[in-house]
Design a protein around this ligand. Structure first.
Ligand code: ADP
Ligand code: MG
Length: 238
């Protein structure tokens, strides 16, 4: 686990500024949700944290270390995307183990990591199946499994549930929270869904057009929204 900090982070695409000076402090083990309307810059922030996008100015720190110059594989992070593409020709076990296989980890170590991860996610009886033989929820669990086996310092989720139907989405929210309570890995989770943010987060970061409007616990934002944007976005009657 590690803390994560954004310090006056900026990002422009060409001349177009999309992140306009963002400060966020995330403690070790915290579950933080970035929420805001489509296009406000959530994915860009996450991608910068993962090292998939350069930052134009400011600093990002993981565990106190500035990571601005580090490539994705030099950051101890695992990301779960919305389009959790699994390899169709590989079993669940091989999909989960893929990053370890790439690193040349021995089979004994791979087993030692995949088995407990599968158990946590209720995938033990499915390890020999192929993705096409799984339900949407099971596939989502495999995608999380791939992240867990890497035992990263930080988990990143970018709208991981938005392709699932409403019922499954609610169930998966609870599963992800349970997972976090078990592993206590620092998590940064992006969604445009207020309900998801209100029900899952230790702390919510409300974004709007490249800036942070407010950071606080769900109830804090609900009871004391900093401005009209937060009030209307979070759904407070204020
Ligand atoms: P969100 O995830 O909150 O929906 P994004 O971070 O994807 O928002 O995008 C923020 C803004 O940056 C949007 O205006 C988007 O069009 C723009 N943007 C994102 N990626 C690129 C890119 N690679 N090139 C140019 N503009 C981009
Ligand atoms: Mg996005």
């Amino acid at each position: 686990m590690a803390s994560v900090e954004f310090a006056n982070v900026r990002k422009s695409f060409g001349t177009h500024p999309v992140i306009k000076g963002v400060d966020i402090e995330i403690a070790d083990g915290e579950f933080v949700i970035l929420v805001g309307p489509s296009g406000c810059g959530k994915s860009t922030l996450l991608r910068m944290l993962a090292g998939l996008e350069n930052i134009s100015a400011g600093e990002i720190r993981i565990g106190g270390q500035v990571v601005n110059g580090l490539a994705p594989k030099e950051r101890d992070i695992a990301m779960v995307f919305q389009n959790y593409a699994l390899y169709p020709h590989m079993t669940v076990a091989d999909n989960m183990a893929f990053s370890l296989t790439l690193k040349g980890a021995p089979k004994s170590e791979i087993d030692k990591r995949v088995k407990p991860a599968a158990e946590i996610l209720g995938l033990t009886h499915l390890l020999d199946r192929f993705p096409r033989q799984l339900s949407g929820g099971q596939r989502q669990r495999v995608a999380m499994g791939r992240a867990i086996v890497r035992d990263p310092q930080v988990f990143l989720f970018d709208e991981p549930l938005s392709n699932l139907d409403a019922k499954l989405r609610v169930a998966m929210r609870a599963e992800i929270k349970e997972l976090h309570q078990r592993l206590k890995t620092t998590t940064v989770y992006v969604t445009h869904d207020q309900i998801e943010a209100m029900t899952m987060a230790d702390k919510i970061v409300v974004m709007h057009d490249g800036i942070v409007e407010q950071i606080g616990a769900p109830l804090e934002l609900y009871d004391q929204p900093a401005n009209l944007f937060v009030a209307s976005f979070i759904g407070s009657p204020a």
